[in-house]
Design a binder for this molecule. Sequence first.
Ligand SMILES: Nc1nc2c(c(=O)[nH]1)N[C@H]1C(S)=C(S)[C@@H](COP(=O)(O)O)O[C@H]1N2
Ligand SMILES: [Mo]
Length: 198
Amino acid sequence: MLGNFFKKPKDDMGGRIPRGQTLTTRFPVLTYGPTQHYAPEEVVVRISGLAEAHTFTWADLMALPQTTLTYDIHCVTHWSKLDTTWTGVRVTDLMAQVKLKPEATHVMQHSVGGYTTNLSLDDFMRPENLLAHSFGGEALDAEHGGPLRLVVPHLYFWKSAKWLTELEFMSADRAGFWEKNGYHMRGDPFAEQRYDDD
Ligand SMILES: Nc1nc2c(c(=O)[nH]1)N[C@H]1C(S)=C(S)[C@@H](COP(=O)(O)O)O[C@H]1N2
Ligand SMILES: [Mo]
C-alpha cells in the first residue's frame, strides 16, 4: 500500500534527496495533538522577547509583499517531497518591520495548541523562509497548518511550525517541543541531524 506512494529514489536527484529519505508524491500530515481550526481573520503573529513588542494581524500580513516559492521539503520521519509551491510573506520582509534587540540570537516559534520549535537567527532570516498561507496556489488546509505556518525548507520539517502565533526572540538557544524530546537542536537533513546525539 505504502509502496504506491513512497518510492526509493534511483539516485539522489542531483543531490536533492538527503541520505535516509524516501520520495513521496502525497503530502503526509504530521501533527502532535489535534488539528487547529480557525479563520484567517483570527490569525495574529505576536513578536515577543528580545524585540519591540508588536502584533501582526492577518490584514497586516496581507499588506506585506506576497512571495511564491517552490522547493523541496524533508521530514525526519524519512519522507521528502520535491517541488512544493508555497505563497506567503518572506520572513525577511516581516522582519524588516521588527525592531530586534542586539542580544537576540535565536527565535522560538509558538503555535496555537502549544507546539514550539527553535531556530538560530541565521536559520530564521533566510530569504526562502515563508510565513505561508497557500500551498499549490490554494489556501493552506488546516491539517497542514492553515491559515498560517512557517516554512523553513533547509531544515527537517518539524522546524516549520503550523498555526504560527508567536515569534519569541531569545539571547540563547532553547529546546522546543521535539527538541526537548530528543530531536536535534538544528535539524539539517543533509547532515542527518535527526537526534540530539547525531
Ligand atoms: N503546530 C505544529 N506544527 C508542526 C507540528 C505539530 O505537531 N504542531 N509537526 C511538525 C512536524 S514533525 C512536521 S514533519 C511538519 C509536518 O507538516 P505537514 O503535516 O504539513 O506535513 O509540521 C511540523 N510543524
Ligand atoms: Mo516531522
